[in-house]
Design a protein around this ligand. Sequence first.
Ligand SMILES: Cc1ncc(COP(=O)(O)O)c(C=O)c1O
Length: 462
Amino acid sequence: MSTQGGDPNRTKYLLDEAEIPAQWYNIQADLHQPLPPVLHPGTGQPIGPADLAPLFPMELIKQEVSQERWIDVPDGIRDVLRLWRPTPLFRARRLERVLDTPARIYYKYEGQSPAGSHKPNTAVAQAYYNKMEGVRRLATETGAGQWGSALSMACTFFGLECKVYMVKISYEQKPYRRVMMETWGAHVVPSPSPDTQAGRNVLAEDPDSPGSLGIAISEAVEDAATREDTKYALGSVLNHVLMHQTVIGLEAKKQLTLANDEADVVIGCAGGGSNFAGLSFPFTADKLNNTKPSLRIIAVEPSACPSLTKGKYVYDFGDTVGLTPLVKMHTLGHGFVPAPLHAGGLRYHGMAPLVCALYDAGVIEAVAVPQLATFQAALQFARSEGIIPAPESAHAVRAAMDEALRCKAEGTARTILFNLSGHGHFDLSAYENYLAGKLQDYEYPVEQVEAALAEIPQVSVS
Ligand SMILES: Cc1ncc(COP(=O)(O)O)c(C=O)c1O
């Protein structure tokens, strides 16, 4: 049971800059079973550091497989994080009153970063290590633009060139995200582009292709693999990316102590898994080592793209085209194209292997929520707490509100902590559509998923 306490009116729990975590938490050290190996897409054999060297700097490859519990955050990274970290922990007193719940609701607000989400926490680290190893230029993909803007900003801080392949339909529909990236000095092209063989192949077949994240990943990977001066950066899924995000949960733990409280339920939305892991892994440690066995940790996904709750736990490609290594994860099939949800960052067929392993082991839970109920929660949140959530983050808001309403029905006062991973200032067209009654729910596409699952490569690991 949580201990209640603190100033009855206090709304923000703030830390001093000196309390930006000096080390990241690496959950691999505490897993009861090591992660299944990552396999080479051609040979089906476990890959080694040399296979990843064309794409990533060695320090990040080492972090990817490290079994050390704590890894130092270099001063050069903390100096940049200082611009917006530590982020505030809010007690959602006004939302609690509206819901008339005995639950205590807290949210960690990552929308305070200059790019508007948690993504810069890893973008800065990735740009830093690339710079240290003499890389001159980074290539990446972006869907809705959150990750692309984070990396553009990070590259400008470290004097790196940045090339962003932006899914063409977003490039056309979200010009302001593109302008943000260009303001930070990045070169942004609509994908498919004529700049890569992958892009040219798609354009030859369909000059009007709207693009997809899978195509954009193929373009960015090809760009990095074919240029000496360029490496690739990914905004989620990989172990080191999730680890860079643990600054969120490490700060939140200290802030809850300031509130004289302790989490009973920890919630985050999950696309590739990085903000969910960033908040929850430092708490998951207490569950894994049995100091807080009753803690509930919940990943929230859209019901139209439910990789954890409906996917298979098998080896699959990380991209749509099938160029990346094979990883064991909950997947809907790499060929599955999710419905055009407004939470673009949650439209991913797979999930971070670390999150999947914990889900498979029953350490964490997952729920899927539909789009309309998610926007309804986002509006209720905006009208009580003020902040307009990113559509992705609104999934966590929905689940937190559902937990708080359960507390009300049961008459129990649990402490709920969730991650508000970003603001929705560039997603107002989604809100406009919701307010005009034009948004719809998408059914779980059983046949489409079955067809995509049938295409998953058959892999046997000895
Ligand atoms: C605000 C926000 N939240 C969540 C996500 C989902 O990504 P992840 O699961 O890696 O946190 C995204 C991805 O673009 C995002 O922009």
